[in-house]
Structures are given as C-alpha cells and as structure tokens.
Ligand binder design. Structure first.
Ligand SMILES: NC(=O)CC[C@H](N)C(=O)O
Length: 264
C-alpha cells in the first residue's frame, strides 16, 4: 500500500517537514511512502494525509486563496476527513476561530473546534525552546525539544457546532472559518483532546521571567487532536527529532488501512 503524504508548500518550513517525514519512516512500520509538496488542488487530491507547516498563517491563507486551494483544503479536512497536522501557523489555519489576526481578518480552514491566540508568547526575538512531556510518545519517552516561534496557544476549546461563537469584546479581532452545512458537521468528530500543556513554570523559565499570561500557571495548551486533525503550537520540523512525525505517520497508516477495509 502506498501512502501519499502532502506538505502544504505555499510558504514557511515545508522543506524541513518533508526531510523529517522521510527520516521518520525509519522508525515507522514498513510501507511505501510518497512525500509530495502541495501547491495546487490537483496535488492535494493525490494526498492521503497532509501537513501544514509553520511560517506565517496570514500569508499562507492569502496564497491558498489565490491558488484556489481554500475550499479544497476545507473539504480535505472536514468533508473527506483525511489526517491533517498543523504546526504553529498550520495550527492557526486549522482552528475554527483565531484571535489577534491582522487587520482585515484572515481566512481559516478550520476543523479543530478551538480558538487560538496568535503570537501568544510575543515576538520572534522571544522565541524559546523547552523540554516538553508528550505522553503519547510513550511512558518512558524523554521530553521533546519543543521550539516556540511567535507561537499560538489554544486558549479555548469550543463546544462542537459553536465554533462561530466569539466573545463580544473580541469580536472585531476574531475571524471564523466558514461553517460546513449541517450534514457535514454531523460527520465531524466531536471532542477536542488536549495532548500537551506547557506549564507556567516552564514557560517562565524559557522566557527569562517575563510574565506570559495569567492562565500560564495552569498550563498553556500547546497540542490538541480532534478526530483526524492534529495541531501543535511548536515546530517539531525544526529539530532533528522525528518522534512526533513517526507517531503521526503510524496513526495515518492505521487510519487509512481501517478506512480502506471498511470501504471494501
Ligand atoms: N512560527 C510560526 O509559524 C508563527 C505563526 C505566526 N505567528 C502566524 O500567525 O502565522
């Protein structure tokens, strides 16, 4: 069985993802993999799964709109429900709602019933790396070197179907992914699972005493999953550590295999 894994290559760290996916196949079960860069609807149509890289989400959505990719991307995630993983800017695009978007708003793809807060930890110069515990990598796994660059956090998990509800005072800053017709929403997986939080202490140490947010004490949500959609605030593609890529490829493989079986 050949699996075609696409990396959205409109802007940002797509090359790094392709490299690390290739490295990750050394740890994943044997299969035939085809890794492709995606810039057109035709390339997207070939993919069994997709990665949205880090970079600049506003630019990515503008280029996606210009390339006639926005609707095909929304269908890929929400109608065909193919495995999709967004890192940093990719996570922003996969959120149903985002705060602190640029003036004039920003198109989102959606798929994760969450609201993200862009640039949560500050500017480029305030980037940091922390060892992050990721339980899904296994009980004995050593912490993952998580790189945060103008990273978003998931500031709210939205009840399903309520992705379009925003707080009054934030309305102007908030954009919302277009909702699907009810029949599509009904097939979308429901609950958002929190996969990782960054403790307030870790964040403070990493940013040398800067006060990050009142919520930081309970931990900022930096990795979530909802059905076929995975989002991480940090950039695993910028480390040499391929464990998350390998884990994700295994999920993709299992998911596609069981889907093909039920379709037979
Ligand atoms: N490193 C990143 O991907 C940063 C994301 C960026 N803050 C954005 O809004 O797109």
């Amino acid at each position: 069985m050949t699996l075609t894994i696409g990396v959205l290559a409109l802007q940002g760290a797509f090359h790094e993802h392709v490299q690390l996916l290739k490295k990750a196949t050394e740890q994943a079960p044997p299969s035939e993999w085809d890794f492709i860069e995606v810039r057109t609807p035709q390339e997207l149509a070939r993919c069994d799964a997709l990665v949205l890289p880090g970079g600049e989400s506003t630019t990515m959505s503008l280029v996606a709109a210009r390339s006639d990719l926005l609707e095909p991307l929304r269908d890929f995630v929400k109608v065909h429900r193919k495995p999709t993983w967004g890192t940093c800017a990719g996570l922003i695009l996969l959120a149903e709602s985002a705060n602190r978007t640029k003036k004039g708003g920003q198109e989102l793809i959606g798929g994760l019933d969450v609201r993200v807060n862009r640039n949560h930890f500050g500017r480029q110069a305030e980037s940091f790396q922390v060892p992050l515990d990721l339980a899904f990598l296994g009980q004995d796994a050593s912490p993952f070197p998580a790189v945060f660059i103008r990273a978003p956090v998931v500031e709210r998990l939205l009840p399903h179907h309520e992705g379009i509800q925003v707080e009054e005072e934030k309305r102007e800053e908030t954009v919302v992914a277009p909702s699907r017709p009810a029949k599509d929403l009904a097939t979308t997986a429901s609950n958002v699972e929190v996969l990782a939080t960054l403790s307030g202490q870790a964040a403070r140490l990493a940013t040398q005493g800067r006060d990050i947010s009142p919520e930081a004490e309970v931990g900022d949500v930096v990795a979530v999953r909802q059905g076929n959609v995975l989002g991480t605030s940090f950039h695993p593609e910028l480390t040499g550590d391929a464990r998350i890529h390998a884990w994700w490829l295994r999920q993709v493989q299992e998911g596609v295999q069981s889907k093909r079986k039920t379709e037979q």
